[in-house]
Design a protein around this ligand. Structure first.
Ligand SMILES: [Zn+2]
Length: 112
């Protein structure tokens, strides 16, 4: 039994592939209540689900590039002032933050 990610109705369908995000969400939910509602998608939404997943993956790739560019620029900017290891820390945190942004649009994979 699961809940469809497209139409929100319970039923049987293709289960979301377990990844870090799904496992974390599941742990969080089981913390709040015993009922486990698994994320799935009805077979007839599969095309839409694949499009959404592809879009998420594209964003993920794009933001990973942004994060690297940010990191490099932050380091170079830091070097302009003074070579300091402490530049690495905020640069790394900033890059991590940028890389995490597309997760606001997270969509699971439904490869069977
Ligand atoms: Zn559905």
């Amino acid at each position: 039994m699961g809940v469809c990610i497209i139409c929100g109705k319970a039923g049987k369908g293709i289960m979301a592939k377990k990844d870090f995000f799904i496992i974390a969400a599941r742990r969080l939910r089981s913390f709040f209540g015993p009922e486990e509602k698994r994320t799935m998608v009805h077979r007839h939404h599969m095309k839409k689900a694949k499009e959404k997943r592809a879009n998420f993956e594209k964003m993920q790739g794009l933001y990973r590039k942004y994060a690297i560019v940010f990191f490099v620029l932050a380091i170079l900017g830091g070097l302009g002032f003074k070579l300091d290891l402490w530049v690495l820390f905020p640069a790394f945190l900033g890059a991590l933050f940028i890389a995490a942004l597309p997760y606001a649009y997270y969509f699971p994979s439904f490869e069977a």
